[in-house]
Design a protein around this ligand. Structure first.
Ligand code: PNS
Length: 164
């Protein structure tokens, strides 16, 4: 029987956006299973949502897809986590050229740490080029409408966070 091909899609997902969702769907065309993995760092945490809240939002978004998309969190190095869960590939999204330098540095660092782990860059769908979790939070905090940029469950949670 063919081996299950697992990809890990790491990030902060604070919160998950339609851009991330688009990328997960693209990844499922190539891999059997995607683990959406929230990297946590208790010493440097300035996230809006707790890890539990972020996991819950991701699980709600992908629940129709069953076991092919799973949400998880990890502490420590991505390369160690990927090895633990049996992922051979790290997925990262590229929007603009400006993403490239940061992504290139991370991919090279990860390759230096574990040469068996490949990083695969996927192009975000053109409707999602300008979305980032950071900007989504800023716009909501200032009263702007982000309903085209995040799924309904995330929009609701964002509005709750900023209602005061
Ligand atoms: O969505 P982000 O915040 O750009 O994702 C960055 C992330 C989580 C992929 C990166 O910070 C990461 O891999 N963190 C885990 C710790 C680690 O392995 N650091 C070394 C990366 S070269």
């Amino acid at each position: 029987m063919a081996r299950t091909k697992i990809a890990v899609y790491p990030g902060s997902f604070d919160p998950i956006t339609n851009g991330h969702i688009d990328l997960v769907k693209r990844t499922l065309r190539v891999f059997d299973r995607v683990i959406v993995a929230i990297a946590t760092n208790p010493d440097k945490d300035n996230s809006l949502f707790s890890v539990e809240e972020r996991l819950q939002m991701i699980r709600e978004v992908f629940k129709r897809l069953g076991r092919r998309v799973q949400a998880d969190s990890f502490e420590g190095l991505l390369v160690d986590y990927a090895e633990r869960i049996g992922a051979e590939v790290v997925i990262r999204g590229l929007r603009a050229i400006s993403d490239f330098e940061y992504e290139f540095q991370m991919a090279m660092m990860n390759r230096g740490l574990n040469s068996n782990l490949e990083t695969l860059f996927m192009m975000t769908g053109e409707s999602y080029f300008y979305i980032s979790s950071r900007l989504v939070k800023e716009v909501v905090s200032l009263g702007g409408n982000v309903s085209r940029l995040v799924p309904a469950n995330v929009l609701k949670k964002l509005k709750e966070k900023f209602k005061d």
